[in-house]
Design a protein around this ligand. Sequence first.
Ligand code: PFF
Length: 434
Amino acid sequence: MNSTRPNWTSRYSFILASIGSAVGLGNIWRFPYIMGKYGGAVFLVIYLLLILTICFIPLLAELAMGKTLKKECIGAYESINPKFKLLGFLNPLTGILISSFYFIVGGWIINYIYLSFINYKTADYGGYFSSFIQSPMLSILFTLLFLFICIFFTSRGIKKGIEFANNVLMPLFAFLLAGLIIFSLSLPNANLGLEYMFKPDFSKVNPEMFLAALGQALFTLSIGMGALLTYGSYIKEDKSMVKSAYTIIFSDTMFALMAGIMIFPAIFSFGLEPDSGAGLVFVTLPNIFAKIPFGNIVSAAFFTLLFCAALTSGISILEVSVASLTERMKISRIKASVILFIIISLIAIPASLSFGGLHNITLFKKSIFDFLDFTTSNILMPLNTFFLCIIAGWFLKIKGSQFINNKFFAMLFDIGLKFIIPVVLIGVLVAGLK
Ligand code: PFF
């Protein structure tokens, strides 16, 4: 075992950082707009079903693999069998591809915090948003700024960087979220938003919806990209891995639901539509903020909340590659962070330009940005999770009885990890891509 590897200060720090990784743009930006795209409550039902049935086992297995092997992703897979090295490498690769679009949205958030502070108002937020994301200079500048802030924290290490960021940002996030939910629910006709979220119309169900819900569930829980494996590898002692896994899943799901409860009542209260896609929080919400008293303060609170969530997740996405680079190449965290800054910029810049100058370039009929979002959450993360289950179950031979006292549930874990989850993952992937 490598004695120079860092460890979390406490179990609390590990859980907080893992919740910080899980709760991010996936909960507040992606979840409401994907839910809007797939018809509201019916998507929520499928999503919750997948979270409860499919996600617990791979999440626990990923954490356990990290804790058992105490290595970064590539080394962890390689130590089980040198042939698995490439599969291990898919994890940081997925992370780099995710960061390339995740950090663009992070950049948009910084711009919107700035707009709230200068109390910028316009009659046409849709027009503003498109001209902003099409402007090459501004969107690249803000993307790189967000990337730089995340890199700053990862370069400082586990205790001074990652733990510090989570200890400060997560409570601030929860506080702002609670305040904004109270505000949203106090608006007239808030109940229409709640109905949209909680009254399902099952006639809208289709296979593509399952793939979208699976992609969203894995993305929001940070499963299948090595973040949990890496965070798990810094655990010194955790007597109840099951409890940790539940806490992460429960908190992430609660935060996603709360984000919906914050956003949908406000949208319906103003008679707006919830299906405006990726622009939902950047067009529809600013429209509302402009119409209410002290709207700039509410707007600043909302975008700061989004910033906190994005930052703690962005840090975890980077940490996967920082850990791989430092441990494999034996370089410092600062050097690894600089290398990553360069690599991610090289992908993020064209992705950012895909809204403007490069909008003609398409990959499988998708813009570079949409292609990165779709392939990472709907293809690479399910595929990585499939390999994770197979390798953890069949080769590393992780057993439910290692962490679950109840014999029946331990057996369910084993069957799920080795058979059910891999089959379901491939089934949903194939059906959804048809
Ligand atoms: N779970 C994060 C979110 O919901 O925004 C995104 C994410 C973080 C995905 C870390 C993957 C990951 F490894």
